[in-house]
Write a protein of this length. Structure first.
Length: 181
């Protein structure tokens, strides 16, 4: 399958999930993430503010933001700026994603952990994003531990990979956790 076919298949599957299934999946994934050494040791964490079809991140952020330093991405042209999380400064930004409206961008090298969304992952940590390359460019700039989070059905046998694609180190779904390379 090519990238567009995989995106279409996953998008169609996401439409079938109930809200209860979404909540249960997010709880299972983020409970597993909390147990990783990477999370336990990290102080500066980049996480995404979820879109309606992604694993919900807000409960996880709210649970930990007083004990960890969370950062959210903000679209700046073709790149992502990383800004400190503050619930009072969020506004709808590019692509309808909640992002910080203010704050001083932080260098990506300051991140110790990056929690990465994707349309799909394979067992080698390759990821398929939405097609704009924001995370590929960001991940190429950092040495942070990268953890991809997804629903079980977003895990595919193999993804087509291009030279600019940047894999994650760990992938966590509701019932799977594996480390790549």
């Amino acid at each position: 399958m090519n990238k567009d076919e995989i995106r279409r298949r996953i998008r169609n599957r996401k439409r079938l999930i109930t809200e209860t299934e979404r909540q249960n999946a997010a709880r299972a994934v983020f409970n597993a993430l909390e147990q990783t050494a990477a999370f336990l040791m990290a102080e500066n964490i980049l996480i995404y503010h979820s879109l309606p079809d992604e694993l919900h991140t807000l409960d996880f952020i709210n649970k930990w933001h007083t004990r960890k330093r969370f950062f959210l991405p903000r679209v700046a042209g073709v790149n992502l700026e990383l800004l400190p999380y503050s619930p009072s400064t969020l506004q709808s930004g590019a692509y309808g994603i909640e992002e910080p409206a203010e704050g001083t961008p932080v260098d990506p090298t300051a991140m110790e952990l990056i929690i990465v969304p994707a349309v799909a992952y394979d067992r080698r940590g390759n990821r398929l994003g939405r097609g704009k390359g924001f995370y590929d460019r960001l991940l190429a700039e950092t040495k942070a531990t990268t953890i991809g989070v997804a629903y079980d059905f977003q895990l595919v046998d193999e993804l087509p990979v291009e030279p600019h694609d940047t894999p994650v180190k760990i992938v966590i779904t509701e019932s799977h956790r594996f480390t790549s390379r």
